[in-house]
Design a protein around this ligand. Structure first.
Ligand code: PNS
Length: 161
C-alpha cells in the first residue's frame, strides 16, 4: 500500500518553517501532496496560483512531493486523493487548541484519515506567513526565513526591486 499524506495550508506565502515540515514529512511517507487552500477566515496576499507556483519551485528537489490547489472540505479532498494521513506542523502551544479542534472535526467527518502532528524545528518556532507579510510590507528583510522565490514574489507584489 502506498503511504500518501496531505500537508494542507494557506501557504501565503510558504516559509522555511513550512519547508522544514515538508522535507521531514516527505521522508516519512511514500508520497506527500502539499495542498494549497484558502482559509475562509483570511484574506490572502497571494493568489492560489502564485502560492502553488512558489511552493512548486521551493519543492523541486523533493521527488515524492507534489503541489496542488484544492477547494472545499479537506477530508473530502484527502479521500479523493486516496491519502491516509493529514500532516500538520505545530510551532507553539498557541497552535494547539485550533489544530486540536480541526483534527477532531476532521476525524468526525472521516475517521479513515489520521492527522499526524510534527513539531517544528526550534529555529522556525517564531515564524509565520503573517509575520513574513508584515515584515516585508514595512520594508524589513525576510532573507533566510523564506525561499528565494518568495523574496522575489514579495518584492514584486510590494513594488520594490
Ligand atoms: O495554513 P492555514 O491557514 O492554517 O490552513 C488552514 C487550512 C487551509 C488547512 C484549513 O482552513 C482547512 O482545512 N481548510 C479546508 C476546509 C475544511 O475542511 N475546513 C474544516 C476543517 S475542520
Amino acid at each position: 500500500m502506498v503511504r500518501r499524506a496531505i500537508y494542507p495550508g494557506s501557504f501565503d506565502p510558504v516559509t522555511n518553517g513550512h519547508l522544514d515540515i515538508i522535507q521531514r514529512a516527505s521522508s516519512l511517507f511514500d508520497e506527500l501532496i502539499v495542498a494549497v487552500s484558502t482559509n475562509i477566515g483570511k484574506d490572502p496576499m497571494f493568489t492560489a496560483d502564485e502560492r502553488v507556483e512558489m511552493l512548486r519551485d521551493a519543492c523541486r528537489h523533493l521527488p515524492n512531493v507534489t503541489v496542488e490547489h484544492f477547494d472545499g472540505l479537506l477530508v473530502r479532498y484527502a479521500a479523493n486523493r486516496n491519502a491516509n494521513a493529514i500532516v500538520k506542523g505545530l510551532r507553539a502551544l498557541s497552535d494547539f487548541e485550533f489544530e486540536f479542534e480541526m483534527a477532531l472535526m476532521n476525524r468526525r467527518l472521516d475517521e479513515g484519515i489520521e492527522t499526524v502532528f510534527m513539531m517544528t524545528n526550534a529555529e522556525y518556532s517564531y515564524l509565520s506567513s503573517s509575520i513574513i507579510r508584515e515584515i516585508a510590507s514595512f520594508g524589513g528583510s525576510v532573507e533566510g526565513l523564506v525561499p528565494k522565490i518568495v523574496e522575489e514574489y514579495l518584492k514584486r507584489k510590494l513594488g520594490s526591486s
